[in-house]
Design a protein around this ligand. Sequence first.
Ligand code: ADP
Ligand code: MG
Length: 265
Amino acid sequence: MNHNTIEIDDVHKVFTTPGGDVVALKDINLTIQPGEFVCLLGPSGCGKSTLLNAVAGFQPPSKGSIKVDGKTILTPGPDRGMVFQEYALFPWMTVEQNIQFGLEIQGKTHDEIEATVTQLLDMLHLKDFRQRFPKDLSGGMRQRVAIARVLALDSPIMLMDEPFGALDALTRRNLQDELLRIWERLGKTILFVTHSIEESIYLADRIVVMTYRPGTVKRDQWVDMPRPRDPASPAFNDLKRELGQLVMEEQQRHAEAEMKLAAVD
Ligand code: ADP
Ligand code: MG
């Protein structure tokens, strides 16, 4: 088996709630090759975060298995780094301290830590912000720090849950470009959750469109367009229209499910 291949085999996830069982994921089968940039796309509630959390090892599946490098994932591990939408930074630490925190835990030497932190501050254009605290940074800058912090640990797999969802359009595009540059340079495997069709086409080698409840794979779509991709190009817009149709069907199912619930109340 290839190094760091992610194998998702027949994954089901059921949440037991006071209102009954919620089947969040059903029959998910995906193999993600090392170095692939994969987007999980779908409207809210279709199980994107549930699947990502299962790969992260936060929430094991109810049935089926997830393997990395042939080994079943049961807990979080250093081979998988996670970036959340809400900047999970330590507010009492400076930018520098946030980035080096994980390295200290790994027992790296002072010189190794200094070299890594300097390189990452440089790579993510954070040099002038080294001694700042998160509260004094913009949302975009905080996400840069969150990405630097995951990169510091050198995990071959990056899991990202709508990491740019809270950013304005311009900052978002900047960070997308930044992420692509890092991905091309470092050869990471990226599993990236988004509900933005445009974002998924701009970024991914492969887009996995999910259905709404139960979350299944509706479409496994390769994106064969050279980068940087032009959102104004005909090929981009053709794919956007096609995927838009698929996502809209699922949004519709979501709306219908909510109306049924409202009728019961
Ligand atoms: P997405 O990230 O695509 O918006 P989620 O993975 O968060 O979707 O949720 C998928 C479904 O599972 C939703 O219907 C949600 O309400 C349900 N769900 C998620 N987490 C829990 C939980 N801890 N307990 C009960 N239901 C949950
Ligand atoms: Mg989510």
